[in-house]
Design a protein around this ligand. Structure first.
Ligand SMILES: [Zn+2]
Length: 230
């Protein structure tokens, strides 16, 4: 498997209102990613779930069915052997109920937060046949496919690193909203080796962990822009 073999799936869009952007409304994409691993197809995130009336009016989401997004690449839902959620907000786990009986990987603290209520839509988190593989921190799910906790957006957030034949790829999820936000943290993490002294910006300690994989690309859940190393 090469870096180019990991596919991005457009699963919908929504409009972030001015109250959240601090300016004009902003249309944001929702991306999932499919990794065609020799041990099975791994899917990161499952799209925008059905929400209540208030949330629908707030975000005005337009959904693209997961089946249709997979079909563009010649896959069906049955091909998916493992689902990973970066976190369990409704725009990331919307298609989880399609995977009754199949393992869904999330951080244990994220599942607990989602089940505590007031966080997401519970019917997307728990449904007949749901089977979570709950992680306590880092894990190698399949050879070369790693989950790395990346708290910030939410405490239970995780990202996925895929080690390919031609380099590694970070599926960051919503560790950062944009590629440029990641870029700033990646530079902050390297500021001293670049010769900069104090004062320097802080950055999450896990940025160093992701950079240690020497990623050729970092991709995001809500930004089509892709980071590449300089
Ligand atoms: Zn999101």
């Amino acid at each position: 498997m090469n870096v180019d073999d990991v596919r991005r799936l457009l699963l919908g869009t929504f409009v972030r209102p001015p109250e959240e952007t601090g300016g004009a409304p902003r249309v944001e994409a929702v991306f999932g990613y499919a990794v065609s691993h020799r041990d099975g197809l791994v899917l990161l995130d499952t799209g925008i779930g059905a929400a209540d009336e208030e949330t629908e009016a707030w975000y005005r989401p337009r959904r693209i069915a997961l089946e249709a997004a997979l079909k563009e690449h010649g896959w069906t839902l049955d091909d998916v052997s493992l689902v990973v959620n970066c976190h369990l907000h409704f725009d990331h786990c919307g298609g989880n109920p399609l995977f009754s009986g199949r393992p869904i990987v999330a951080q244990r603290r994220e599942v607990a937060t989602a089940r505590a209520g007031g966080y997401t839509f519970e019917n997307l988190v728990d449904f007949p046949g749901v089977s979570y593989e709950e992680l306590d921190g880092e894990a190698e799910l399949l050879p070369g496919v790693h989950c790395i906790p990346t708290p910030g957006h939410v405490e239970g957030h995780q990202s996925v690193v895929v080690e390919c034949n031609d380099g590694s790829l970070v599926l960051a999820g919503q560790s950062h909203d944009t590629a440029s936000a990641w870029s700033a943290d990646a530079l902050a993490a390297r500021a001293r080796e670049l010769g900069h002294g104090d004062p320097l910006p802080s950055y999450p300690e896990w940025v160093t962990k992701l950079l240690a994989f020497d990623p050729r690309r970092v991709v995001f859940a809500h930004d089509a822009a892709v980071w590449t190393p300089s």
